[in-house]
Design a protein around this ligand. Structure first.
Ligand SMILES: Cc1cc2nc3c(=O)[nH]c(=O)nc-3n(C[C@H](O)[C@H](O)[C@H](O)COP(=O)(O)OP(=O)(O)OC[C@H]3O[C@@H](n4cnc5c(N)ncnc54)[C@H](O)[C@@H]3O)c2cc1C
Length: 292
């Protein structure tokens, strides 16, 4: 690995790079400075039969305690450029969503305020069709530049098949978002800033401050995961150092030193209780990565 990627960090503990503060070692971790370096690294990995895992900000992943084999490429550190052309905003895959919200608002563009509630990157948000406060990425996304099958292609929201916390990228984890463009509308910067402030204060009061992956489960049809988990008596349930948050039952928080196995087991226990007591099937929103 060292001779293929001389600048990679080897055996790097991934708990340092995830919002949940959970995750075993990556064999090799790189943080490319731009899309050329990113594409080059993927080519090199392919030539050497090294598996590749792409991470944005690590805010929607549960990395297992055994860590990640092969090459892990993390984009949240760099690749953060944001450019404007009229109402069109184009941002690199590593740019953070809250930064997109603030930057577009300051520019007098409206439509991106919802992004303030999503702590991940552009790449992760396209992958997840991330959304908050009633707006999803798909409503503003015009296209994404994606590196797939050895070439860079432009994909529209339709091609990306964006739906509730899903995109076609889930079936093609080797496809990599390089940047994305969003169509916004002219607006009043002060009003957008007020909206962002209001969204942020809603979050401060309604969600736990301990490390988590945000929503652990997706919304079941016609209901809310927090409500059904609470109704199944699981609020406050603890396994090892992972706890169903007493503040918001869809957040499984790490009380310190929590393991991925405890998180997965608690997810199984919660899912089982909700099925048994309410007949509701919960689907995880968080993406499980790596080996046990
Ligand atoms: C406190 C908290 C609150 C949250 N609130 C919300 C919310 O309101 N709404 C919401 O939708 N989500 C929310 N989330 C979840 C998370 O922030 C989003 O899913 C976000 O879009 C993930 O982005 P990321 O960069 O962190 O992705 P990561 O967690 O790094 O990766 C998630 C998935 O995307 C893939 N991926 C990442 N970058 C790329 C890329 N460039 N190309 C291809 N694939 C890529 C990864 O392989 C992985 O499968 C919250 C999380 C936390 C911790």
């Amino acid at each position: 690995m060292r001779n293929v990627f001389p600048h990679a960090k080897l055996d790097e503990p991934m708990r340092r790079y995830t919002a949940w503060k959970i995750g075993g070692p990556a064999d090799a971790l790189i943080e490319p400075k731009d899309s050329n370096e990113l594409v080059e690294a993927i080519h090199k990995a392919r030539e050497n039969d090294i598996p590749v895992t792409i991470l944005g900000g690590g805010t929607n992943v549960l990395i297992r305690d055994g860590g990640i084999r092969g090459l892990t490429i993390r984009l949240a550190k760099s690749m953060k450029n944001i450019a404007f052309d009229g109402n069109l905003m184009t941002a690199d895959a590593g740019a953070l969503y809250p930064v997109l919200a603030n930057t577009s608002a300051a520019r007098g563009l409206t439509g991106m305020e919802f992004a303030t509630g999503i702590p991940g990157t552009v790449g992760g948000a396209v992958f997840m069709n991330a959304g908050a406060y009633g707006t999803e990425t798909k409503e503003v996304l015009v296209r994404a530049e994606v590196f797939k099958d050895g070439e860079i292609v432009e994909m529209s929201g339709d091609h990306l098949e964006l739906s509730y916390r899903h995109s076609v990228l889930h079936e093609h984890p080797e496809w990599t978002v390089l940047r994305a463009s969003y169509e916004l509308s002219p607006g009043d910067p002060e009003e957008s800033k007020r909206t962002i402030k209001e969204f942020r204060s809603q979050r401060m009061t309604g969600s736990p401050s301990k490390p988590s992956c945000g929503s652990t489960f997706k919304r079941p049809p016609g209901d809310y995961p927090g409500r059904v988990i609470e109704a199944a008596g699981m609020k406050g349930k603890r396994l090892g150092n992972i706890e169903v948050s007493p503040v918001h039952a869809n957040y499984l928080v790490n009380l310190g030193g929590g393991s991925s196995e405890d998180a997965l087991e608690l997810m199984r226990v919660v899912k089982h209780a909700v099925r048994e007591k309410l007949g509701v099937e919960l689907e995880p929103e968080v993406r499980v990565v790596g080996e046990a």
